[in-house]
Design a protein around this ligand. Structure first.
Ligand code: NAD
Ligand code: ISD
Length: 452
């Protein structure tokens, strides 16, 4: 056991899977006797194949964005502890030691199986009852499974979701098992787009399938989507749009083909599924008010029972900028800021210093050498700016769009912005800059924000 845990912790590189299989346990025993640098920090230069052995390794909380980006790089991919919680907000990295040093009891590998809100108690899977005065719920969201669309196959060895480190390790392992092979990516949202780019970077041929007219249909305009689809196509990605997956062909525990509603069959050495997420509210159903699929909270992130606060993906909270409309946002920036706000509010029970959260919704993504940011809401008229032609890849693209509602900027998207440009775009959304003439806005484009 020690030898196995040692090679897993150190993510020992595997160059030949057949050799690994032949050596079996001896591989771990021999490797564990080598004087290698301490584990955890070791970087995988190539996809590692020991993912299945990592399942069940329990980590302190970590941030998720790396999992669909850097974690999947063929070389120099970051591994924990590099992206434990708070690293992304340039704060202290919250490793297990950090909790110890700060007097926080961190109970890992334990599931809360029920909550009794009136009694202020939680029951854990180990049978322990934990009492609280104040509870912060940060249970996040879970991936929607294929089975919810009556498609079987989630358990196949080469079908991957992406929500946690185990999922990412499985994905890395499966990619390593089929170099040059065919991947079908189901879904054209964040996971679909980021994983498709990672698959291409790992030398795997990609076909993306989704029901929408274009990728990222939650907020890309058709023109913006066209740019990214052309870019992906130039990297060899094929798009099958307005299509439904109806079943998977499975042989010996692995998917070999994906069948579509129109009778087409897509050959598959692996499948990545990213068809959305659902907030994990189950512990509190019937005990707390719910809205937008999450726990409804006020501007202090306080639920209908005042001893409970909710933050991150699971929280539905009022956004001042949207006139107090309650929304639920699945994004790391929102998770960080709502968590901070809840803690500040808890530490200020009178509410004299901490008022209601004033959040500017923000999303970003990075794929290939592209990088976009979005602020606010995609409501009203979309006004594009910049050069949306895909180009030959020699110059970094820079383009975007404003959304104008009732004569004011309600949202903005920018691809390829510098930190200053992104800040300027965020600022015009934040203050709801007045737009007197939409044609003039289109003509000025980015300068409308940067020279405001
Ligand atoms: P998503 O909502 O972004 O995209 C879902 C996609 O699946 C859409 O394209 C939708 O049309 C498609 N879809 C729905 N049903 C389908 C079906 N039956 N067959 C094929 N396609 C179907 O969700 P996601 O991409 O799964 O991401 C999950 C979560 O992870 C979200 O909360 C997301 O915000 C988060 N995430 C965010 C980032 C980021 O912010 N950069 C990156 C990765 C993940
Ligand atoms: O930015 C992101 C990202 O890449 C995710 O996976 O936000 C999400 C999560 O961290 C929150 O759902």
């Amino acid at each position: 056991y020690d030898a196995i845990s040692s090679v897993v912790r150190r993510k020992v590189k595997v160059t030949n899977i057949a050799e690994l299989e032949k050596q079996g346990l001896m591989f771990a025993i021999q490797e564990s006797q080598k004087d290698l640098p301490d584990g955890g920090l070791a970087l995988c230069e190539k996809p590692s194949y020991i993912w299945h052995a990592t399942a069940g390794v329990i980590f302190a909380p970590y941030e998720r964005p790396a999992l669909s980006k850097g974690y999947l790089l063929p070389q120099g991919a970051p591994r924990l502890p590099a992206f434990h919680t708070c690293v992304g907000s340039s704060d202290e990295l919250l490793t297990e030691e950090w909790y110890n040093e700060h007097g926080i009891v961190l109970i890992l590998g334990t599931r809360v199986v029920s909550a009794d809100v009136p009694r202020k108690t939680l029951l854990t899977s180990s049978g322990e009852t934990i009492s609280y005065k104040t509870l912060i719920v940060a249970t996040g969201a879970r991936a929607v499974k294929l089975e919810e669309f009556r498609v079987r196959g989630s358990d196949a060895r080469n079908v991957c979701y992406l929500r946690n480190v185990d999922d990412a390790d499985k994905l890395v392992g499966v990619m390593g098992s089929c170099p040059g092979g065919n991947a079908v990516v189901v879904g054209g949202g964040y996971i679909g787009m980021e994983c498709a780019a990672a698959l291409v970077n790992n030398n795997i041929k990609v076909t993306m399938v989704f029901p929408g007219k274009h990728c990222m249909d939650r907020f890309f305009t058709p023109k913006i989507a066209e740019f990214y689809e052309s870019y992906y196509t130039s990297k060899g990605v094929a798009f099958v749009k307005e299509a439904a997956v109806t079943s998977m062909q499975i042989s010996a525990g692995k998917v070999t083909g994906v069948l579509l509603g129109d009778g087409r069959r897509l050959p598959a050495d692996m499948v990545v599924v990213g068809v959305g997420a659902r907030a994990n509210t189950g512990l509190f159903d019937g005990q707390l008010a719910m809205e937008k699929g999450g726990i409804k909270v006020n501007g202090r992130m306080q639920a209908s029972d005042p001893s409970v606060y909710a933050v991150g993906d699971v929280a539905a909270f009022p956004v001042k900028l949207f006139g107090g409309d309650v929304i639920r946002l699945e994004h790391v920036d929102c998770a960080r800021r709502t968590a901070r706000h809840a803690v500040a509010a808890i530490l200020d029970p009178s509410g004299s210093a901490v008022g209601d959260i004033d959040y500017l919704p923000f999303f970003y993504s990075r794929v290939f050498s592209l990088s976009w940011q979005f602020y606010g809401d995609n409501v009203g008229e979309a006004v594009p700016f910049g050069d949306l032609a895909p180009g030959d890849g020699s110059a970094a693209p820079k383009f975007g769009a404003y959304w104008v509602r009732e004569g004011r900027i309600a949202g903005a998207f920018l691809e390829g912005g510098s930190p200053q440009e992104n800040e300027a775009v965020a600022a015009v959304v934040r203050r709801g800059a007045t737009v007197a003439d939409v044609a003039e806005l289109e003509r000025r484009g980015l300068a409308f924000a940067t020279q405001a």
